[in-house]
Design a binder for this molecule. Structure first.
Ligand SMILES: [Zn+2]
Length: 68
């Protein structure tokens, strides 16, 4: 007898909540360093990239621009 108990595991959560993946261009206003990151746009239009801070320790002065 074979067991099929594992068949229902591994449900794909991305099917439930389609998230928009976008590329984001981030430029530090302090040192001018630029970063290209992949982010996820949520329902409110906010883009979450996980980006925390620049190499120069700047944490909140950035130009953020989604790339199309
Ligand atoms: Zn910087």
């Amino acid at each position: 007898m074979r067991s099929d108990t594992l068949a229902s595991q591994g449900v794909n959560e991305e099917m439930m909540l389609p998230s928009q993946r976008v590329k984001v261009h981030i430029r530090c206003k302090k040192c001018g360093e630029t970063f290209i990151l992949r982010g996820v746009r949520d329902a409110k239009g906010h883009i979450e990239t996980g980006f925390k801070r620049c190499l120069c320790d700047n944490e909140d002065e950035f130009d953020v621009e989604p790339l199309h």
